[in-house]
Write a protein that binds this ligand. Structure first.
Ligand SMILES: Cc1ncc(COP(=O)(O)O)c(C=O)c1O
Length: 385
C-alpha cells in the first residue's frame, strides 16, 4: 500500500505542544513528535471506540496482550508471557517507577551521557546520585561506548543502569554484542537494568533492534524493559506504554512503586496500542523507509551546504544530533541563534548534559517539504551572518 508521507498538514492551533509553543513564523523541530497522522487503522479503531459512548474504567484485554506479545516474538524473537506486561501511562513514568522500586535515597544510578533530559535528571526525583558514563565520538563521528567510563562509574552504591536503546540523542542502535557486554558488566556488579526502548521500532537502513532482556534469562531476570507505540505511530498524547517485567518479584515491586500516584492506561490508549501493534506493520515499514530517506537527505544537505556543522547519520530514531561548535556562534548558543536568526526551533544540546554544549537535536520525522524548509532556513541564516 502507498502512504503519502509528503503531505504537509497545518498543525498550528491544534493543541500540539510542538506547534503551539512557538511564534507563528517559527518552524518547530524539537519535540520528538512526528508531523504525520497516525496510521489509518488506528484512527478508525479510535473512532469506533468513541462512537461506543461508554468511557468507564477499562481493562487490558486479551487482544492487547496477544497483539503485544506476538509482536515481540515476530520482531525480536522474544517470548514473553502475557502476565509479564504492565501497561503504564508513559515511558518516563515507567523508568521513574522502576527507580523508585529498586533504589533508596543515596543510591547510585548509572547513565550514559549525552542523555535525554528526563533520563539525565531522573536521579533528582528519588534522591539518587547520578553516575556518569559516556558515549564518545570516534573519528568517523559515530558515537561509541566508552567502556572504561562505564566500568569506572559503578561503585558499591550503584543499583540501576538506566539504558536508552536506541539512544536519544545520538541515534545509535546498540548491537547485540555491545548489549551483551553491557549486560555482563551489570550482572557482574549486581545492578538492575531499566531499559528505555521507546525508539525500538524506528530502525533506519533495515537495522535491527535487540531488546537487552532478550539476550538470556539471566538478563531478563534483572531487567525492566519499557516500550510504547508513542514514537512509532505518533500516539504520544494518548499516554500508553508497556513495562515488560518477566521476573514476578520485580514486577510486584514495580507495581507497588505506583504508590497510588500512577494510574492505568486510558481506554483509548489500549485501543490505539492494540491496533497499532497488530495491524500497522506495513505502515511502519513504509515510515522507516521514508525516515531513512529523510535522514540521508539531511546528512547530504549538512555536508554540502552547512559548513561548520557535522552530523553522523542516525541508525535509529528520527533525531539528528548536529554538532555546531565549529560555527563559533555567540555564547556557543546554536539553538538560540537558529531560533532568532533562522526561525527554526531545535532541542538545545546542553539540556542533554555538558557533552551537548554547542549541539542541537533536530527532528526529521516530518514531511520532506518541512525538512527542506528547515534546512534552507538554516543555510540562508548562516550565509547571511
Ligand atoms: C528516550 C525517550 N524516553 C521517553 C520518552 C517519552 O516517553 P513518554 O512520553 O512515554 O513518557 C521520549 C520522548 O521523546 C524519549 O525520547
Amino acid at each position: 500500500m502507498e502512504y503519502d508521507f509528503d503531505r504537509v498538514y497545518d498543525r498550528r492551533g491544534t493543541d500540539s505542544s510542538k506547534w503551539g509553543r512557538v511564534d507563528p513564523d517559527v518552524l518547530p523541530m524539537p519535540v520528538a513528535d512526528m508531523d504525520f497522522p497516525a496510521p489509518e487503522p488506528v484512527r478508525r479503531a479510535l473512532l469506533e471506540r468513541v462512537e461506543h459512548g461508554f468511557y468507564g474504567y477499562g481493562l487490558a484485554t486479551e487482544d492487547f496482550h496477544e497483539a503485544f506479545t506476538s509482536r515481540l516474538k515476530r520482531r525480536y524473537g522474544w517470548d514473553v508471557a502475557h502476565e509479564s506486561l504492565v501497561p503504564i501511562p508513559g515511558v518516563i513514568p515507567g523508568f521513574n517507577m522502576g527507580l523508585r522500586a529498586l533504589t533508596s535515597p543515596g543510591d547510585g544510578v548509572l547513565v550514559q551521557l549525552p542523555a535525554y533530559p528526563p533520563i539525565l535528571n531522573a536521579n533528582g526525583h528519588h534522591g539518587l546520585v547520578r553516575q556518569d558514563a559516556f558515549l564518545v565520538r570516534g573519528d568517523s563521528g559515530r558515537y561509541e561506548i566508552d567502556w572504561a567510563s562505564l566500568e569506572a562509574a559503578i561503585d558499591e552504591t550503584t543499583r540501576v543502569f538506566l539504558l536508552c536503546n536506541p539512544h536519544n540523542p545520538v541515534g545509535r542502535v546498540f548491537s547485540a554484542e555491545e548489549l551483551r557486554r553491557m549486560a555482563g558488566i551489570c550482572l557482574a556488579r549486581g545492578l538492575w537494568i531499566i531499559s528505555d526502548e521507546i525508539h525500538c521500532d524506528l530502525m533506519l537502513d533495515g537495522n535491527t533492534h535487540t531488546p537487552i532482556a532478550s539476550l538470556g534469562p539471566e538478563v531478563e531476570e534483572r531487567t525492566i524493559t519499557l516500550m510504547a507505540p508513542s514514537k512509532t505511530f505518533n500516539l504520544a498524547g494518548l499516554k500508553a506504554a508497556v513495562a515488560i517485567i518477566p521476573n514476578a518479584e520485580l514486577r510486584a515491586q514495580f507495581e507497588a512503586a505506583k504508590g497510588g500516584l500512577v494510574g492505568a492506561v486510558n481506554i483509548l490508549g489500549y485501543v490505539a496500542m492494540t491496533t497499532a501493534y497488530r495491524d500497522c506493520d506495513d505502515w511502519l515499514a513504509a515510515l522507516t523507509k521514508y525516515l531513512t530517506a529523510n535522514r540521508d537527505y539531511l546528512t547530504a544537505f549538512v555536508r554540502e551546504r552547512l559548513p561548520g556543522i557535522t552530523v553522523y547519520p542516525a541508525e535509529g530514531t528520527y533525531l539528528a544530533w548536529l554538532d555546531c561548535n565549529a560555527l563559533e556562534l555567540p555564547g556557543n548558543d546554536a539553538c538560540g541563534w537558529f531560533l532568532e536568526n533562522a526561525r527554526v526551533a531545535f532541542g538545545d544540546g546542553k539540556n542533554f548534559g555538558p557533552q551537548g554544549e554547542g549541539f542541537v537535536r533536530m527532528n526529521f520525522g516530518c514531511p520532506r517539504p518541512l525538512l527542506e524548509e528547515g534546512l534552507e532556513r538554516i543555510a540562508s541564516a548562516l550565509a547571511g551572518r
